[in-house]
Ligand binder design. Structure first.
Ligand SMILES: [Zn+2]
Length: 464
């Protein structure tokens, strides 16, 4: 019985005492247990099963693309965009050619776009420089949801020790040809599934390879604007940067997944919800969530999306080797420096591609996440949640999520067929965090939308 199980709200304890139920509480040991872990109370459709088998990932082609990019000598954003043999333009050509090849194999499902623009930053010496991003777009099939885009991105620019030197070699195999290879392999896996009729994506998928990361996240910052201009809403952004190596013994290890807190009290930013959704889809044995926007003192292409309040996360290998990043190739005191393909770990790289592809697949099959999720019921013994959602004939309903304030992950509290309001009987607003997510008839879940409290300010705290 729910009321007996969750009676740790002070108000509710009072009620129980008043009702002569003190004995019931005594039996439960005074402070009853936290909500049962691992037993979802869902009455909705079962979760989608995974469709991307690890053996379907073509690591050989991923490594071949990385080798082609390394052979461009350098891909620094400030290097040549017109020389087909050396420079950023050479890298762009290899990626666009591979995406065109994949598109042909899947009956032209992918639209390949080369997006040219200019940007100015400290690391362009304050002068506008030309940049280019490469995108492959797999349009969604749902009239409403096709303007929502889920994207995966790696950056194809690389850098030597001196970020302003266009002439030094900068192989950039791990940073970040590896992330580009993941993005391109996701394009292959997911467009192939779409062509076979085995998976229909309601939302649009976009596979990006951007430039200007090392010059100050310029390509990604531009991509946020480009998507807005094209009228897309960002459903989720997966940044893959330095995802090709796993040198510690005992691997392959889990890939790290960084997500920022956001600026609300309970650390439930859209980015954090995206991280939780990815972990649920891929499993705890595949994903190591890190509740931090990025590694200390480092940045990445998810950041401009995150700062815009959009759901964006970063995948990075478990333990980085700094001799193999941002280093002009050389040997000093018998130590070899340089970001070469020989250090990559194909088994790990393939796992990352599978994890990204499966997450993108399930998210693009899900209904839209609910909006305007509001929590009320402060100073009562029941929590009330209300939320909104567009009509959707493919949606089965909504899962009401909650967790202890000390817990990292959501539990399913209840399943409700339609949008509106629900009352969580005997659940104090004070002791939990709450969220709502949409569930498709196909079993795909949207990312959760955390509740915003509608509470009166506590006495004495309403000072400006
Ligand atoms: Zn990088």
């Amino acid at each position: 019985m729910r009321i007996a199980r969750f009676c740790f709200g002070v108000g509710l304890v009072g009620l129980l005492l008043a009702a002569g139920a003190a004995n019931a509480q005594k039996k439960m040991g005074g402070d009853p247990a936290e909500p049962a872990q691992g037993t979802p109370r869902t009455k909705g459709p079962a979760r989608l099963t995974k469709a991307i088998a690890r053996q379907s990932v073509d690591t050989k082609s991923m490594l071949a693309l990385i080798d082609q990019m390394v052979a461009c000598g350098t891909r620094l954003t400030l290097s040549s965009w017109t020389d087909p043999k050396r420079g950023a333009g050479c890298g762009r050509d290899k990626i666009a050619a591979r995406l065109e090849e994949i598109s042909k194999l899947t009956g032209g499902k992918l639209q390949v776009v080369v997006d040219k623009f200019e940007a100015t930053a400290e690391r362009t010496s304050g002068k506008p420089v030309p940049l280019e991003n490469v995108y492959a777009i797999l349009p969604g099939t749902d009239e409403t949801l096709k303007k929502t885009v889920f994207l995966v991105s790696g950056h194809f620019d690389s850098r030597p020790s001196d970020v302003m030197d266009p002439n030094a070699d900068a192989p950039g195999a791990d940073d970040d040809a590896s992330g580009v290879a993941v993005s391109v392999e996701c394009a292959r896996l997911l467009s192939k599934l779409a062509a076979s009729g085995k998976s229909g994506y309601r939302a649009t998928l976009l596979f990006a390879a951007v430039s200007g990361e090392e010059q100050g996240l310029l390509g990604s910052t531009h991509l946020v604007e480009w998507l807005k201009e094209k009228g897309y809403t960002v459903g989720g952004m997966l940044d893959d940067d330095i995802v090709g190596d796993d040198p510690a013994p005992g691997g392959p290890h889990r890939v790290r997944l960084f997500s920022g807190n956001g600026e609300i009290e309970d650390a439930d930013s859209p980015s954090r919800e995206l991280a939780r959704a990815i972990e649920e889809i891929d499993g705890r044995d595949a994903i190591r969530m890190v509740f931090r926007v990025d590694r200390y003192g480092r940045g990445g292409d998810h950041y401009p999306f995150y700062k815009a309040g959009l759901p964006a996360v970063r995948f990075t290998e478990p333990l980085e080797d700094y001799n193999h990043q941002h280093q002009t190739p050389r040997t000093e005191n018998d130590v070899e420096y340089g970001d070469f393909a020989k250090y990559l770990n194909a088994a790990f790289l393939g796992n990352v591609a599978r994890d990204n592809a499966e997450a993108l697949r399930q998210l693009a099959m899900a209904p839209a996440a609910p909006t305007e999720v509001r929590l009320s019921g402060a100073v009562t013994s029941d929590a009330k949640l209300s939320w909104k959602a567009e009509d959707d004939s493919e949606r089965a309903g909504f899962e009401i999520l909650w967790r202890e304030t000390t817990e990292a992950r959501w539990q399913v509290f209840d399943f409700v067929p339609s949008a509106g309001e629900t009352v969580l009987k005997g659940v104090s607003t004070d002791n939990h965090f709450f969220a709502v997510r949409a569930v498709g008839k196909n079993g795909a879940r949207s990312i959760a939308t955390a509740s915003q409290p509608q509470v009166r300010p506590a006495p004495g705290t309403n000072k400006k």
